[in-house]
Design a protein around this ligand. Structure first.
Ligand code: GLN
Length: 310
């Protein structure tokens, strides 16, 4: 039985959730530290579900494209783990940070080993590993995302250019990790790959689709390709659950109960093991850097469709 066999019947339910959470858009703030993202429309709101059998349902602005930002960290992690396996854990930990995504403080105390691969510092190490292990890391990672999304994907050139030039905090982290010997490439090179995958544009519908390999034991349901082994897929889900929404990961586990990954453009990707990928989009963020209306939408979705893994 398809997890979404009654997809048509789900539309009213999803529309109802959108109506309920819409007022929360006003209580969040669209990020302003990346000016090239000022085109984000704070009124946009979308929910998309894509199941492992190929059924999809999407409501709202589910076909609006945006730079997926930190959600891309999941795909980068999958590729790196597929390349180097457990060796990755010598260079990045698997503990929630309890700090914002771009925090520097723990790195000094913990000798250049980032808390987890879902925060910026950890993802910079992942980028360094990809530079080491891929022929052309930018091309290979984009190719993976395109295969998972089932479409060609574009890069948001303005976001890419701006974050490549600036990114003082990310640069600072990279240099600090380098000083502890936890970066093998030039800071510019690492940053270039990292901001490139952050600038990949997707729609909410494509994100839900791209999440499905993690709901399907590491296998992309469309192509049957093994993206990562089953044990690795489980571990990526564990890391998303505990670290994917930064300092709000505990609250997400409590109120949503699914592995999630958020990004500063206002999208959140969620994995419903054995069933489907889900994604929500609404640019205004809460204090922890997660979509304000998106968080509540996932909470209601999980509650009403009984999706929590707990
Ligand atoms: N590219 C952004 C940064 O490095 C990603 C942050 C995010 O989405 N939370 O700051």
């Amino acid at each position: 039985v398809s997890p979404l066999s009654d997809a048509a019947d789900l539309e009213p339910l999803l529309e109802g959730i959108m109506d309920e959470v819409a007022p929360l858009k006003q209580e969040g703030e669209v990020n302003d530290y990346i000016p090239a993202m000022d085109h984000l429309d704070e009124e946009n709101l979308a929910i998309a579900l894509s199941d492992v059998n190929g059924n999809e349902v999407a409501v709202g602005d589910a076909d609006v494209e945006f730079a997926i930002q930190s959600v891309s960290k999941v795909f980068a992690l999958a590729l790196a783990l597929e390349k180097v396996g457990p060796d990755l854990w010598e260079r990045v930990n698997r503990e929630p940070s309890g700090d914002p995504f771009n925090s520097l403080v723990q790195l000094e105390h913990e000798e250049g080993i980032p808390r987890n691969p879902m925060i910026n510092a950890g993802s910079l190490v992942v980028a360094d590993v990809l530079l080491e292990t891929c022929g052309d890391a930018q091309v290979e990672l984009l190719d993976l995302m395109q295969r998972l999304a089932g479409d060609d994907l574009a890069i948001d050139d303005q976001v890419y250019t701006e974050e490549r030039r600036g990114g003082d905090r990310n640069r600072a982290m990279a240099h600090l990790m380098g000083s502890f010997g936890n970066l093998t490439h030039e800071v510019d090179e690492v940053l270039d790959l990292y901001v490139h995958h952050c600038a990949v544009r997707m729609t909410t519908r494509q994100l839900a689709r791209a999440a499905r390999f993690l709901a399907n034991d590491g296998v992309d349901p469309t192509s049957g390709d093994v993206i990562v082994s089953e044990p690795l897929a489980r571990r990526i889900n564990a890391i998303m659950l505990t670290c994917g929404t930064y300092d709000a990961a505990g609250e997400f586990a409590f109120s949503v109960g699914l592995p999630c990954k958020s990004g500063v453009s206002g999208s959140i990707l969620a994995v419903v093991p054995d069933r489907m990928g889900a994604a929500v989009f609404s640019p205004p963020l809460d204090d922890s850097g997660n979509s304000n209306a998106g968080r509540e939408a996932l909470h209601l979705l999980s509650e009403r469709l009984d999706l929590s893994i707990f």
